[in-house]
Design a protein around this ligand. Structure first.
Ligand SMILES: Cc1cc2nc3c(=O)[nH]c(=O)nc-3n(C[C@H](O)[C@H](O)[C@H](O)COP(=O)(O)OP(=O)(O)OC[C@H]3O[C@@H](n4cnc5c(N)ncnc54)[C@H](O)[C@@H]3O)c2cc1C
Length: 485
Protein backbone atom coordinates (compact mmCIF):
# COMPACT_ATOMS: atom_id res chain seq x y z
CA UNK A 1 0.00 0.00 0.00
CA UNK A 2 1.33 3.44 -0.90
CA UNK A 3 2.10 6.18 1.56
CA UNK A 4 2.57 4.31 4.84
CA UNK A 5 4.37 6.28 7.53
CA UNK A 6 7.69 4.88 8.72
CA UNK A 7 7.58 2.75 11.85
CA UNK A 8 9.69 4.54 14.45
CA UNK A 9 12.21 2.71 16.60
CA UNK A 10 12.88 3.57 20.25
CA UNK A 11 16.23 5.03 19.19
CA UNK A 12 14.39 7.54 16.99
CA UNK A 13 12.70 9.02 20.06
CA UNK A 14 14.83 11.60 21.82
CA UNK A 15 12.18 12.36 24.44
CA UNK A 16 8.88 10.84 25.51
CA UNK A 17 6.72 13.89 26.11
CA UNK A 18 3.91 12.06 27.80
CA UNK A 19 2.92 8.60 29.00
CA UNK A 20 -0.35 6.68 29.20
CA UNK A 21 -1.18 3.02 29.71
CA UNK A 22 -3.34 2.89 26.60
CA UNK A 23 -3.38 5.34 23.70
CA UNK A 24 -6.55 5.25 21.57
CA UNK A 25 -6.33 6.87 18.15
CA UNK A 26 -9.71 8.22 16.99
CA UNK A 27 -12.80 9.09 19.03
CA UNK A 28 -15.73 7.73 17.03
CA UNK A 29 -17.85 4.86 18.32
CA UNK A 30 -15.03 2.30 18.29
CA UNK A 31 -12.53 4.63 19.97
CA UNK A 32 -15.02 5.76 22.62
CA UNK A 33 -15.93 2.16 23.48
CA UNK A 34 -12.26 1.16 23.60
CA UNK A 35 -11.32 4.12 25.80
CA UNK A 36 -14.17 3.52 28.22
CA UNK A 37 -13.46 -0.19 28.68
CA UNK A 38 -9.70 0.36 28.97
CA UNK A 39 -10.34 3.00 31.64
CA UNK A 40 -12.68 0.68 33.50
CA UNK A 41 -9.98 -1.96 33.30
CA UNK A 42 -7.82 0.36 35.40
CA UNK A 43 -5.77 1.95 32.62
CA UNK A 44 -4.73 5.56 32.30
CA UNK A 45 -6.13 6.29 28.84
CA UNK A 46 -5.25 9.01 26.36
CA UNK A 47 -7.39 9.48 23.24
CA UNK A 48 -5.85 11.33 20.29
CA UNK A 49 -8.55 12.74 18.00
CA UNK A 50 -7.67 14.62 14.85
CA UNK A 51 -10.90 16.64 14.75
CA UNK A 52 -11.87 19.35 17.21
CA UNK A 53 -14.51 17.10 18.77
CA UNK A 54 -15.36 13.42 19.03
CA UNK A 55 -17.96 11.47 17.07
CA UNK A 56 -16.45 10.92 13.62
CA UNK A 57 -18.65 9.23 11.01
CA UNK A 58 -20.42 7.45 13.85
CA UNK A 59 -22.08 10.72 14.87
CA UNK A 60 -23.36 11.23 11.31
CA UNK A 61 -24.77 7.75 11.10
CA UNK A 62 -28.37 6.60 11.25
CA UNK A 63 -27.75 4.95 14.60
CA UNK A 64 -28.55 1.38 13.56
CA UNK A 65 -26.72 -1.31 15.53
CA UNK A 66 -26.84 -4.89 14.23
CA UNK A 67 -27.39 -6.95 17.39
CA UNK A 68 -29.43 -10.02 18.19
CA UNK A 69 -29.63 -13.38 19.85
CA UNK A 70 -32.60 -12.35 21.97
CA UNK A 71 -32.07 -8.71 22.96
CA UNK A 72 -34.63 -7.05 25.24
CA UNK A 73 -36.08 -5.21 22.20
CA UNK A 74 -36.44 -8.44 20.23
CA UNK A 75 -38.08 -10.10 23.22
CA UNK A 76 -40.41 -7.18 23.89
CA UNK A 77 -41.75 -7.12 20.34
CA UNK A 78 -41.91 -10.90 19.90
CA UNK A 79 -39.02 -11.45 17.48
CA UNK A 80 -37.53 -14.85 18.21
CA UNK A 81 -33.78 -15.06 17.91
CA UNK A 82 -30.86 -17.01 19.32
CA UNK A 83 -27.09 -16.46 19.21
CA UNK A 84 -26.87 -19.67 17.17
CA UNK A 85 -29.28 -18.42 14.49
CA UNK A 86 -27.49 -15.10 14.33
CA UNK A 87 -24.19 -16.95 13.99
CA UNK A 88 -25.51 -19.20 11.22
CA UNK A 89 -26.82 -16.21 9.29
CA UNK A 90 -23.64 -14.15 9.62
CA UNK A 91 -21.43 -17.11 8.73
CA UNK A 92 -23.50 -17.70 5.59
CA UNK A 93 -23.76 -14.08 4.52
CA UNK A 94 -20.15 -13.01 5.18
CA UNK A 95 -17.51 -13.88 2.63
CA UNK A 96 -14.46 -15.51 4.27
CA UNK A 97 -15.75 -15.17 7.84
CA UNK A 98 -13.54 -15.70 10.90
CA UNK A 99 -15.71 -18.19 12.80
CA UNK A 100 -14.21 -17.39 16.22
CA UNK A 101 -14.77 -13.67 15.71
CA UNK A 102 -18.35 -14.12 14.49
CA UNK A 103 -19.07 -16.48 17.39
CA UNK A 104 -17.69 -14.01 19.90
CA UNK A 105 -19.91 -11.22 18.50
CA UNK A 106 -23.07 -13.34 18.41
CA UNK A 107 -22.57 -14.81 21.88
CA UNK A 108 -21.88 -11.39 23.34
CA UNK A 109 -24.50 -9.35 21.46
CA UNK A 110 -27.18 -9.36 24.19
CA UNK A 111 -24.67 -8.38 26.88
CA UNK A 112 -23.40 -5.66 24.56
CA UNK A 113 -26.91 -4.34 23.98
CA UNK A 114 -27.44 -4.13 27.75
CA UNK A 115 -24.07 -2.42 28.18
CA UNK A 116 -24.98 0.20 25.55
CA UNK A 117 -28.23 0.97 27.33
CA UNK A 118 -26.42 1.28 30.65
CA UNK A 119 -24.17 3.93 29.08
CA UNK A 120 -27.23 5.89 27.96
CA UNK A 121 -27.59 4.56 24.40
CA UNK A 122 -31.23 3.52 24.56
CA UNK A 123 -33.55 1.73 22.15
CA UNK A 124 -37.33 1.89 22.03
CA UNK A 125 -39.23 -1.39 22.50
CA UNK A 126 -41.04 -1.20 19.15
CA UNK A 127 -40.75 -2.86 15.76
CA UNK A 128 -41.04 -1.49 12.22
CA UNK A 129 -42.18 -4.53 10.22
CA UNK A 130 -42.12 -2.99 6.76
CA UNK A 131 -39.29 -2.92 4.26
CA UNK A 132 -37.47 0.40 4.22
CA UNK A 133 -34.03 1.96 4.21
CA UNK A 134 -34.28 4.79 6.71
CA UNK A 135 -36.56 5.35 9.71
CA UNK A 136 -36.29 9.12 9.66
CA UNK A 137 -39.74 10.07 10.76
CA UNK A 138 -40.48 7.35 13.27
CA UNK A 139 -38.76 6.04 16.35
CA UNK A 140 -39.04 2.25 16.20
CA UNK A 141 -36.24 0.48 18.01
CA UNK A 142 -36.06 -2.55 15.71
CA UNK A 143 -36.29 -3.24 11.98
CA UNK A 144 -35.00 -5.76 9.46
CA UNK A 145 -31.82 -4.36 7.91
CA UNK A 146 -30.28 -7.25 6.02
CA UNK A 147 -30.84 -10.32 3.88
CA UNK A 148 -32.23 -12.57 6.59
CA UNK A 149 -35.46 -13.24 4.64
CA UNK A 150 -33.71 -13.50 1.29
CA UNK A 151 -32.86 -16.83 -0.34
CA UNK A 152 -30.63 -18.77 0.43
CA UNK A 153 -30.22 -17.20 3.87
CA UNK A 154 -33.81 -17.81 4.99
CA UNK A 155 -33.23 -21.55 4.49
CA UNK A 156 -30.00 -21.48 6.51
CA UNK A 157 -31.25 -19.69 9.62
CA UNK A 158 -34.74 -18.63 10.75
CA UNK A 159 -34.96 -14.94 9.80
CA UNK A 160 -34.96 -12.38 12.61
CA UNK A 161 -34.89 -8.58 12.56
CA UNK A 162 -31.64 -7.36 14.13
CA UNK A 163 -31.34 -3.68 13.17
CA UNK A 164 -31.54 -1.86 16.53
CA UNK A 165 -31.94 1.86 16.18
CA UNK A 166 -31.18 4.32 18.96
CA UNK A 167 -34.17 6.17 20.37
CA UNK A 168 -34.25 9.37 18.42
CA UNK A 169 -36.10 10.07 15.21
CA UNK A 170 -34.19 11.80 12.44
CA UNK A 171 -31.36 11.12 10.10
CA UNK A 172 -28.22 11.55 12.21
CA UNK A 173 -29.25 9.83 15.40
CA UNK A 174 -25.87 8.08 15.70
CA UNK A 175 -24.81 11.29 17.44
CA UNK A 176 -27.03 10.35 20.35
CA UNK A 177 -24.91 7.21 20.84
CA UNK A 178 -21.53 8.92 20.50
CA UNK A 179 -22.55 11.79 22.79
CA UNK A 180 -23.55 9.34 25.53
CA UNK A 181 -20.34 7.31 25.22
CA UNK A 182 -18.10 10.39 25.09
CA UNK A 183 -19.86 11.78 28.16
CA UNK A 184 -19.13 8.54 30.04
CA UNK A 185 -15.47 8.76 28.97
CA UNK A 186 -15.26 12.32 30.31
CA UNK A 187 -16.92 11.42 33.60
CA UNK A 188 -14.57 8.52 34.16
CA UNK A 189 -11.31 10.29 33.55
CA UNK A 190 -10.35 9.38 29.99
CA UNK A 191 -7.92 12.05 28.80
CA UNK A 192 -8.65 13.41 25.32
CA UNK A 193 -6.40 15.45 23.09
CA UNK A 194 -8.42 17.03 20.26
CA UNK A 195 -6.94 18.55 17.08
CA UNK A 196 -4.30 15.86 17.44
CA UNK A 197 -3.30 13.56 14.62
CA UNK A 198 -1.43 10.30 15.09
CA UNK A 199 1.28 10.25 12.43
CA UNK A 200 3.45 7.24 13.33
CA UNK A 201 3.74 4.26 15.65
CA UNK A 202 6.79 3.45 17.73
CA UNK A 203 8.03 -0.12 18.20
CA UNK A 204 10.58 -1.65 20.58
CA UNK A 205 13.35 -3.89 19.22
CA UNK A 206 11.10 -6.95 19.52
CA UNK A 207 8.46 -5.29 17.34
CA UNK A 208 6.02 -4.54 20.16
CA UNK A 209 4.15 -1.25 19.73
CA UNK A 210 5.06 1.02 22.61
CA UNK A 211 3.97 4.47 21.54
CA UNK A 212 2.77 6.97 18.97
CA UNK A 213 3.91 10.18 17.39
CA UNK A 214 1.22 12.85 17.58
CA UNK A 215 0.96 16.17 15.81
CA UNK A 216 -1.08 19.10 17.07
CA UNK A 217 -0.82 22.79 16.14
CA UNK A 218 2.21 22.00 14.01
CA UNK A 219 4.10 20.48 16.96
CA UNK A 220 5.11 16.84 17.20
CA UNK A 221 5.22 14.89 20.43
CA UNK A 222 5.81 11.30 21.37
CA UNK A 223 3.54 9.47 23.76
CA UNK A 224 4.69 6.31 25.42
CA UNK A 225 1.97 3.63 25.68
CA UNK A 226 2.89 1.40 28.62
CA UNK A 227 0.39 -1.27 27.61
CA UNK A 228 -0.94 -0.80 24.08
CA UNK A 229 -2.18 1.38 21.24
CA UNK A 230 -5.70 1.01 19.84
CA UNK A 231 -6.34 2.21 16.29
CA UNK A 232 -9.91 3.44 15.71
CA UNK A 233 -9.62 5.97 12.90
CA UNK A 234 -12.55 4.82 10.72
CA UNK A 235 -12.62 3.87 7.02
CA UNK A 236 -10.68 5.15 4.03
CA UNK A 237 -13.32 6.57 1.70
CA UNK A 238 -11.83 10.08 2.03
CA UNK A 239 -8.44 9.00 0.68
CA UNK A 240 -8.31 9.46 -3.09
CA UNK A 241 -5.06 7.43 -3.22
CA UNK A 242 -6.47 4.46 -1.33
CA UNK A 243 -9.74 4.58 -3.23
CA UNK A 244 -7.77 4.59 -6.50
CA UNK A 245 -5.77 1.60 -5.30
CA UNK A 246 -8.55 -0.54 -3.83
CA UNK A 247 -11.90 0.57 -5.28
CA UNK A 248 -11.26 2.79 -8.30
CA UNK A 249 -14.75 2.21 -9.73
CA UNK A 250 -16.17 4.28 -6.88
CA UNK A 251 -14.27 7.39 -7.93
CA UNK A 252 -16.44 7.69 -11.03
CA UNK A 253 -19.68 9.16 -9.74
CA UNK A 254 -20.27 8.02 -6.20
CA UNK A 255 -20.54 9.81 -2.94
CA UNK A 256 -18.50 8.68 0.04
CA UNK A 257 -20.31 8.71 3.37
CA UNK A 258 -18.20 9.75 6.32
CA UNK A 259 -15.96 12.54 7.57
CA UNK A 260 -12.89 13.99 5.81
CA UNK A 261 -10.54 12.36 8.34
CA UNK A 262 -11.71 8.88 7.31
CA UNK A 263 -8.59 8.77 5.16
CA UNK A 264 -7.27 5.33 6.06
CA UNK A 265 -4.73 6.60 8.61
CA UNK A 266 -5.29 3.63 10.92
CA UNK A 267 -4.70 1.17 8.10
CA UNK A 268 -1.52 2.93 7.07
CA UNK A 269 -0.26 3.07 10.67
CA UNK A 270 -1.11 -0.58 11.21
CA UNK A 271 0.52 -1.53 7.92
CA UNK A 272 3.71 0.27 8.96
CA UNK A 273 3.88 -2.09 11.93
CA UNK A 274 3.44 -5.16 9.71
CA UNK A 275 -0.33 -5.47 10.00
CA UNK A 276 -2.15 -7.31 7.22
CA UNK A 277 -5.09 -5.78 5.37
CA UNK A 278 -8.26 -7.66 4.51
CA UNK A 279 -11.23 -7.17 2.16
CA UNK A 280 -9.89 -3.84 0.92
CA UNK A 281 -12.08 -3.79 -2.19
CA UNK A 282 -15.15 -4.53 -0.06
CA UNK A 283 -17.70 -1.79 0.27
CA UNK A 284 -21.36 -1.24 0.79
CA UNK A 285 -22.71 0.98 -1.94
CA UNK A 286 -26.37 1.71 -2.24
CA UNK A 287 -28.96 3.54 -4.28
CA UNK A 288 -32.10 1.84 -3.07
CA UNK A 289 -35.13 1.89 -5.38
CA UNK A 290 -37.44 1.11 -2.44
CA UNK A 291 -39.34 2.42 -0.51
CA UNK A 292 -42.17 2.19 -1.38
CA UNK A 293 -41.99 -1.54 -0.76
CA UNK A 294 -44.45 -2.33 -3.57
CA UNK A 295 -41.64 -1.67 -6.07
CA UNK A 296 -39.95 -4.85 -4.82
CA UNK A 297 -42.70 -6.69 -6.72
CA UNK A 298 -41.15 -5.41 -9.93
CA UNK A 299 -38.16 -7.01 -11.64
CA UNK A 300 -34.64 -5.74 -12.29
CA UNK A 301 -33.14 -6.43 -15.71
CA UNK A 302 -29.73 -5.68 -17.19
CA UNK A 303 -28.84 -4.47 -20.68
CA UNK A 304 -29.39 -8.03 -21.96
CA UNK A 305 -32.98 -7.89 -20.74
CA UNK A 306 -32.21 -10.55 -18.12
CA UNK A 307 -32.82 -10.64 -14.39
CA UNK A 308 -29.73 -10.99 -12.20
CA UNK A 309 -30.78 -10.73 -8.53
CA UNK A 310 -33.74 -11.44 -6.26
CA UNK A 311 -35.41 -8.04 -6.06
CA UNK A 312 -36.25 -8.50 -2.36
CA UNK A 313 -32.53 -8.47 -1.52
CA UNK A 314 -31.31 -5.84 0.88
CA UNK A 315 -30.46 -2.71 -1.11
CA UNK A 316 -26.70 -3.07 -0.62
CA UNK A 317 -26.80 -6.59 -2.01
CA UNK A 318 -28.86 -5.44 -5.00
CA UNK A 319 -26.43 -2.59 -5.67
CA UNK A 320 -23.48 -5.01 -5.60
CA UNK A 321 -25.14 -7.13 -8.28
CA UNK A 322 -26.02 -4.06 -10.36
CA UNK A 323 -22.35 -3.06 -10.31
CA UNK A 324 -21.44 -6.46 -11.80
CA UNK A 325 -23.76 -6.11 -14.81
CA UNK A 326 -22.55 -5.06 -18.28
CA UNK A 327 -21.84 -1.29 -18.18
CA UNK A 328 -23.38 -1.44 -14.68
CA UNK A 329 -26.75 -0.81 -16.33
CA UNK A 330 -30.06 -1.91 -14.80
CA UNK A 331 -33.75 -1.07 -15.08
CA UNK A 332 -36.54 -1.60 -12.61
CA UNK A 333 -39.63 -2.80 -14.51
CA UNK A 334 -43.08 -2.34 -12.99
CA UNK A 335 -46.64 -2.74 -14.17
CA UNK A 336 -49.60 -0.44 -13.56
CA UNK A 337 -50.70 -2.30 -10.43
CA UNK A 338 -47.50 -1.55 -8.50
CA UNK A 339 -46.40 1.66 -10.20
CA UNK A 340 -45.03 4.30 -7.82
CA UNK A 341 -42.10 6.70 -7.83
CA UNK A 342 -39.12 5.75 -5.63
CA UNK A 343 -39.44 7.75 -2.43
CA UNK A 344 -35.76 8.54 -1.91
CA UNK A 345 -35.65 11.16 -4.63
CA UNK A 346 -32.03 12.25 -4.07
CA UNK A 347 -30.86 8.89 -5.42
CA UNK A 348 -32.00 10.05 -8.85
CA UNK A 349 -33.73 6.96 -10.26
CA UNK A 350 -35.27 8.50 -13.37
CA UNK A 351 -38.54 7.27 -14.85
CA UNK A 352 -37.48 6.32 -18.38
CA UNK A 353 -41.00 6.08 -19.84
CA UNK A 354 -44.25 4.15 -19.89
CA UNK A 355 -45.31 1.71 -22.65
CA UNK A 356 -48.50 -0.03 -23.75
CA UNK A 357 -46.76 -3.34 -24.44
CA UNK A 358 -43.67 -5.21 -23.29
CA UNK A 359 -42.46 -5.29 -26.92
CA UNK A 360 -42.54 -1.49 -27.05
CA UNK A 361 -40.80 -1.29 -23.68
CA UNK A 362 -38.07 -3.62 -24.92
CA UNK A 363 -37.49 -1.40 -27.95
CA UNK A 364 -37.73 1.77 -25.86
CA UNK A 365 -35.01 0.51 -23.52
CA UNK A 366 -32.88 -0.63 -26.45
CA UNK A 367 -32.78 -4.23 -25.18
CA UNK A 368 -32.03 -7.19 -27.47
CA UNK A 369 -34.97 -8.39 -29.56
CA UNK A 370 -37.25 -10.67 -27.59
CA UNK A 371 -35.14 -10.58 -24.42
CA UNK A 372 -37.35 -8.57 -22.11
CA UNK A 373 -40.54 -10.13 -23.50
CA UNK A 374 -39.14 -13.58 -22.72
CA UNK A 375 -37.96 -12.58 -19.25
CA UNK A 376 -41.30 -11.04 -18.36
CA UNK A 377 -43.35 -13.90 -19.77
CA UNK A 378 -41.29 -16.45 -17.79
CA UNK A 379 -41.44 -14.40 -14.63
CA UNK A 380 -45.18 -13.78 -14.80
CA UNK A 381 -45.97 -17.41 -15.65
CA UNK A 382 -44.25 -18.68 -12.49
CA UNK A 383 -45.43 -15.71 -10.43
CA UNK A 384 -49.03 -16.68 -11.16
CA UNK A 385 -48.29 -19.76 -9.03
CA UNK A 386 -46.51 -17.61 -6.40
CA UNK A 387 -43.10 -18.90 -7.42
CA UNK A 388 -39.78 -17.53 -8.63
CA UNK A 389 -37.67 -20.54 -9.62
CA UNK A 390 -34.97 -18.34 -11.14
CA UNK A 391 -34.01 -16.28 -8.05
CA UNK A 392 -36.35 -17.49 -5.29
CA UNK A 393 -37.74 -14.08 -4.49
CA UNK A 394 -39.89 -14.48 -1.38
CA UNK A 395 -43.54 -15.24 -2.28
CA UNK A 396 -44.57 -12.03 -0.43
CA UNK A 397 -43.04 -10.06 -3.29
CA UNK A 398 -44.02 -12.22 -6.24
CA UNK A 399 -46.88 -11.26 -8.56
CA UNK A 400 -47.39 -11.53 -12.31
CA UNK A 401 -46.44 -8.29 -14.05
CA UNK A 402 -49.44 -8.48 -16.33
CA UNK A 403 -51.29 -5.22 -15.71
CA UNK A 404 -50.28 -2.81 -18.47
CA UNK A 405 -49.17 -0.21 -19.14
CA UNK A 406 -45.60 -0.85 -17.99
CA UNK A 407 -42.87 1.51 -16.88
CA UNK A 408 -39.12 1.40 -16.28
CA UNK A 409 -36.88 3.30 -13.87
CA UNK A 410 -33.20 3.67 -14.63
CA UNK A 411 -31.28 2.35 -11.60
CA UNK A 412 -27.94 2.10 -13.44
CA UNK A 413 -24.75 2.93 -11.58
CA UNK A 414 -23.93 5.82 -13.91
CA UNK A 415 -27.41 7.33 -13.90
CA UNK A 416 -28.16 7.24 -10.17
CA UNK A 417 -26.49 8.54 -7.04
CA UNK A 418 -24.67 5.71 -5.29
CA UNK A 419 -23.53 6.30 -1.70
CA UNK A 420 -20.88 4.12 -0.10
CA UNK A 421 -18.69 3.29 2.88
CA UNK A 422 -15.58 1.13 2.85
CA UNK A 423 -15.49 -2.21 4.65
CA UNK A 424 -11.86 -3.31 4.31
CA UNK A 425 -9.27 -2.76 7.00
CA UNK A 426 -6.66 -4.24 9.27
CA UNK A 427 -7.02 -7.94 9.82
CA UNK A 428 -7.79 -8.61 13.47
CA UNK A 429 -8.73 -11.62 15.57
CA UNK A 430 -11.55 -12.00 18.09
CA UNK A 431 -9.36 -10.23 20.68
CA UNK A 432 -9.08 -7.22 18.33
CA UNK A 433 -5.33 -7.79 18.00
CA UNK A 434 -3.89 -6.62 14.69
CA UNK A 435 -2.53 -9.63 12.80
CA UNK A 436 0.54 -9.86 10.60
CA UNK A 437 0.53 -11.41 7.11
CA UNK A 438 1.53 -14.66 8.83
CA UNK A 439 -1.49 -14.44 11.13
CA UNK A 440 0.38 -13.73 14.35
CA UNK A 441 -0.68 -10.84 16.62
CA UNK A 442 1.41 -7.69 16.59
CA UNK A 443 2.07 -7.16 20.29
CA UNK A 444 0.71 -3.96 21.74
CA UNK A 445 -1.46 -3.10 18.74
CA UNK A 446 -5.25 -3.37 18.54
CA UNK A 447 -7.76 -2.08 16.00
CA UNK A 448 -11.54 -1.71 15.94
CA UNK A 449 -14.30 -0.04 13.97
CA UNK A 450 -14.05 0.75 10.29
CA UNK A 451 -10.23 0.72 10.22
CA UNK A 452 -10.42 -3.00 11.04
CA UNK A 453 -11.99 -5.73 8.93
CA UNK A 454 -14.25 -7.84 11.11
CA UNK A 455 -17.62 -9.20 10.01
CA UNK A 456 -18.98 -7.32 6.98
CA UNK A 457 -16.65 -7.67 4.04
CA UNK A 458 -18.75 -6.83 1.01
CA UNK A 459 -22.03 -5.24 0.00
CA UNK A 460 -23.66 -8.57 -0.84
CA UNK A 461 -23.48 -9.63 2.80
CA UNK A 462 -23.84 -6.25 4.49
CA UNK A 463 -26.75 -5.47 6.80
CA UNK A 464 -27.21 -1.95 8.12
CA UNK A 465 -25.87 -1.82 11.64
CA UNK A 466 -22.93 -4.12 10.89
CA UNK A 467 -20.58 -1.14 11.28
CA UNK A 468 -21.82 0.31 14.58
CA UNK A 469 -22.65 -3.14 16.04
CA UNK A 470 -19.31 -4.93 15.62
CA UNK A 471 -17.46 -1.57 15.73
CA UNK A 472 -18.69 -0.80 19.24
CA UNK A 473 -18.48 -4.44 20.33
CA UNK A 474 -14.88 -4.99 19.22
CA UNK A 475 -13.99 -1.47 20.38
CA UNK A 476 -14.83 -2.67 23.87
CA UNK A 477 -12.88 -5.89 23.32
CA UNK A 478 -9.86 -3.85 22.18
CA UNK A 479 -10.08 -1.60 25.24
CA UNK A 480 -10.29 -4.50 27.66
CA UNK A 481 -7.48 -6.41 26.00
CA UNK A 482 -5.31 -3.30 25.78
CA UNK A 483 -5.79 -2.55 29.48
CA UNK A 484 -4.78 -6.09 30.32
CA UNK A 485 -1.89 -6.24 27.86
C1 LIG B 1 -24.60 9.05 6.86
C2 LIG B 1 -24.10 7.75 7.43
C3 LIG B 1 -25.02 6.84 7.93
C4 LIG B 1 -24.55 5.63 8.47
N1 LIG B 1 -25.45 4.83 9.10
C5 LIG B 1 -24.99 3.71 9.72
C6 LIG B 1 -25.85 2.94 10.54
O1 LIG B 1 -27.00 3.29 10.79
N2 LIG B 1 -25.34 1.80 11.09
C7 LIG B 1 -24.05 1.40 10.92
O2 LIG B 1 -23.67 0.36 11.43
N3 LIG B 1 -23.21 2.15 10.18
C8 LIG B 1 -23.62 3.30 9.62
N4 LIG B 1 -22.74 4.08 8.95
C9 LIG B 1 -21.33 3.68 8.93
C10 LIG B 1 -20.72 3.95 10.31
O3 LIG B 1 -21.15 5.21 10.77
C11 LIG B 1 -19.20 3.92 10.31
O4 LIG B 1 -18.72 2.81 9.62
C12 LIG B 1 -18.72 3.83 11.76
O5 LIG B 1 -19.30 4.90 12.47
C13 LIG B 1 -17.23 3.88 11.89
O6 LIG B 1 -16.92 4.06 13.26
P1 LIG B 1 -15.42 4.29 13.68
O7 LIG B 1 -15.42 4.55 15.13
O8 LIG B 1 -14.60 3.18 13.18
O9 LIG B 1 -14.97 5.59 12.85
P2 LIG B 1 -15.41 7.10 13.00
O10 LIG B 1 -16.69 7.23 13.70
O11 LIG B 1 -15.29 7.75 11.68
O12 LIG B 1 -14.30 7.70 13.99
C14 LIG B 1 -12.96 7.78 13.58
C15 LIG B 1 -12.34 9.00 14.23
O13 LIG B 1 -10.92 8.94 14.03
C16 LIG B 1 -10.44 10.24 13.78
N5 LIG B 1 -9.14 10.12 13.10
C17 LIG B 1 -8.90 9.73 11.82
N6 LIG B 1 -7.58 9.72 11.59
C18 LIG B 1 -6.97 10.08 12.74
C19 LIG B 1 -5.60 10.24 13.11
N7 LIG B 1 -4.59 10.00 12.26
N8 LIG B 1 -5.32 10.64 14.37
C20 LIG B 1 -6.33 10.89 15.25
N9 LIG B 1 -7.62 10.76 14.95
C21 LIG B 1 -7.95 10.34 13.70
C22 LIG B 1 -11.53 10.88 12.95
O14 LIG B 1 -11.45 12.29 13.03
C23 LIG B 1 -12.80 10.31 13.60
O15 LIG B 1 -13.31 11.15 14.61
C24 LIG B 1 -23.17 5.31 8.44
C25 LIG B 1 -22.26 6.23 7.94
C26 LIG B 1 -22.71 7.47 7.49
C27 LIG B 1 -21.69 8.50 7.10
Amino acid sequence: MTDCPALLAVNDIADWHETADVVVVGFGIAGACAALEARRGGADVLVAERASGGGGASALSSGLFYLGGGTPVQQAVGVEDTPENMYKFLMASTCAPDAALVRCFCDGAVEHFNWLETQGVTFERSYFKGKTVELNTSNEGLCGTGNEKVWPFRDIAPPAARGHRVSRPGQYCGAMATQALIARCQEEGVRVSYDTQATALVADPAGRIIGVRLRSAGQERHVRARKAVVLATGGFSASQEMMAEFAPQMLENCEALGVPYNDGAGMRLGRSAGGALQAMSGLIATASFYPPAQLIKGILVNSRGERFVAEDSYHGRTASFIMEQPDRKAYLIVDAEIFAYPEITYLGHRLVDGWESTAEMEAGLDLPNGSLQRTMADYSRHAAAGKDPAFFKHPDWVKPLDQGPWAAFDVSFHHSRYLFITLGGLKVNARAEVLSEQGSPIRGLYAAGACASTIPQDGKGYASGLSLGPGSFFGRVAGREAAGA
